[in-house]
Write a protein that binds this ligand. Structure first.
Ligand SMILES: [Zn+2]
Length: 76
């Protein structure tokens, strides 16, 4: 199965955003599955876009790859 090979990292600014989002939604109802947050991953040409959804319907978009992109762009 391919899924075993997929790893992801939430680092730096995104980790902070995620932390704040989770704190903010600490009082939200847990879903039946027992998980308050669900994560979805969308591979893009720039990297992995991560969407975190709370059970209340709010979403957090993590776009860490954008940061990487900025650093890696060669200004000529
Ligand atoms: Zn919430």
């Amino acid at each position: 199965m391919q899924t075993e090979d997929i790893t992801f990292k939430i680092t730096g600014r995104d980790a902070k955003k995620l932390n704040e989002f989770q704190k903010l939604h600490d009082g939200c109802l847990e879903e039946l599955a027992g998980d308050r947050f669900s994560y979805s991953f969308s591979p893009t040409s720039l990297g992995m876009a991560i969407t975190v959804s709370c059970s209340c319907g709010q979403k957090l978009f993590l776009d860490n790859f954008m940061d990487h992109d900025e650093k890696e762009v060669a200004m000529s």
